[in-house]
Design a protein around this ligand. Structure first.
Ligand SMILES: Cc1cc2nc3c(=O)[nH]c(=O)nc-3n(C[C@H](O)[C@H](O)[C@H](O)COP(=O)(O)OP(=O)(O)OC[C@H]3O[C@@H](n4cnc5c(N)ncnc54)[C@H](O)[C@@H]3O)c2cc1C
Length: 398
């Protein structure tokens, strides 16, 4: 007979311990509110209240699909309306005047295609909703020192020596995931040798809530509508060019962005200093292991040209929560068989999005004359094929 287990009074035990309370980890925790599962969430850098000053805008913004806005529930509803911009149209252009693809909310029979929201507003709103969640304990300002797994539990030891047991660890700690490394899970990764250069601007002309995107010979440029006459840009381009853009003075950078977008919104005025983020394609070789599941950027990274990174992460969070809730009463939530249901349900969708964005990136960041012809013709073809447009819309806008 095995000896009775005497609980260690210095150890906290959870059903689920989430490592990383970024957008995806926080959304996952929120989606388990009201369940019988006890949850811990470790976040090393909890968000602080964002500025609501009309002059201050985060240059990290996300295009959020209607399906994910629904999933975010109360946290989404709590965001001040004046900080969110609906997207009514998407206007995608190639490098030939007739190469154009247009998505229109009215034509699709819906009020909007999605919304643009600042990262820090969404992050803070999610965090606020977590502070009121009765089955959740927030552990902040600490980093993990060791993570070990055995047949019955996973054990996390923090830098201050405190320890936590859980039946399931959820790694939501982003692209460089410490959790993934501790679990010994390898990745397949390919750097794009590109950066996403982001900045915000005030515009001379109203943007009409149109998200504009240009597939240019020297990169992919998106102008995303922010409230009033402001836009947030993401210019995905090769390292050399990104360095060149970031080295320009503000006036020079502004002129380059305005000219690349054919001065579509008149004069631009820079609101935030430009910043660059390295881009890569990445996929963890496994997303689950006994007592472990990876979600969001810890499991996969995609090129931002379709604005789908965090959206994929939210879908991971929703699916994992659905699988766990469905078996809440009868099964150990860290059991591999259960976790595999989540992995199977999400891998195909993510692979499809990685393949599409990777192929588009290859097709468009290429100066070959043949490929130039193919991509411009391709845009026209999609524009004229309503079923392809409908399929793309279903995927991109939920
Ligand atoms: C230029 C650019 C533009 C993008 N635009 C879009 C877009 O328009 N739409 C879109 O959907 N996606 C976009 N993305 C992708 C998006 O940024 C990511 O997919 C998203 O941020 C991933 O969220 P996450 O919560 O998984 O990871 P992260 O945002 O990286 O969050 C991880 C969290 O874990 C915490 N953490 C890390 N390590 C530890 C640790 N050891 N212990 C405790 N906590 C830890 C961190 O503090 C952080 O809060 C873009 C990406 C780039 C680079």
């Amino acid at each position: 007979m095995s000896p009775a287990v005497i609980p260690d009074p210095h150890k906290t035990q959870f059903d689920i311990l989430i490592i990383g309370g970024g957008l995806v980890g926080a959304a996952f925790a929120q989606s388990l509110a009201g369940s019988n599962l006890s949850i811990g969430l470790l976040e090393s850098r909890p968000p602080t209240a964002p500025s609501l000053d009309a002059q201050e805008w985060d240059s990290r913004v996300y295009a959020i699909s209607p399906a994910n806005a629904r999933f975010l529930g109360a946290a989404w509803q709590a965001i001040p309306a004046e900080r969110v911009a609906p997207i009514h149209q998407m206007d995608v252009r190639g490098d030939r005047p007739d190469a154009r693809l247009n998505f229109d909310a009215i034509a699709a029979g819906r009020p909007e295609l999605g919304w643009i929201i600042e990262s820090r507003q969404l992050q803070y709103s999610l965090w606020q909703s977590l502070t009121e969640q009765s089955n959740l304990t927030l552990i902040t300002g600490q980093l993990g020192r060791a993570l070990t797994f055995d047949a019955e539990t996973a054990n996390l030891e923090l830098a201050d020596g405190s320890t936590y047991d859980a039946r399931l660890i959820v790694g939501a700690d982003g692209a460089q995931s410490w959790t993934r490394q501790q679990a010994g899970i390898d990745i397949n990764a390919r750097p794009y040798l590109q950066q996403g250069v982001v900045a915000n601007f005030q515009c001379e002309k109203p943007h009409g809530n149109v998200a504009r995107q240009w597939f240019l010979p020297d990169g992919i440029l998106a102008w995303l509508p922010l409230p009033d006459q402001r836009i947030s840009i993401v210019w995905s381009c090769f390292e050399e060019q990104a360095k060149g853009l970031l080295a320009l003075d503000f006036a020079g950078f502004t002129e380059r962005v305005a000219a690349a977008g054919h001065h579509a919104l008149g004069q631009l005025q820079l609101l935030t200093a430009p910043a660059g983020f390295p881009l890569r394609l990445m996929r963890a070789q496994r997303w689950v292991a006994p007592r472990l599941a990876l979600i969001g950027d810890a499991a996969h990274n995609v090129h931002p040209l379709a604005g789908q990174g965090v959206n994929l992460g939210f879908q991971d969070a929703e699916e994992l929560a659905r699988v766990l809730r469905a078996r809440e009463a009868e099964r150990d939530c860290g059991e591999l068989g259960l976790l595999r249901r989540y992995e199977r349900a999400r891998q195909e969708d993510t692979l499809a999005m990685q393949t599409v964005t990777d192929s588009l990136q290859k097709l468009f960041n290429n100066s070959s004359r043949l490929l130039t012809e193919v991509r411009n013709t391709g845009l026209q073809l999609v524009e004229n094929q309503h079923w392809i447009k409908r399929t793309l819309m279903r995927h991109a806008f939920g």
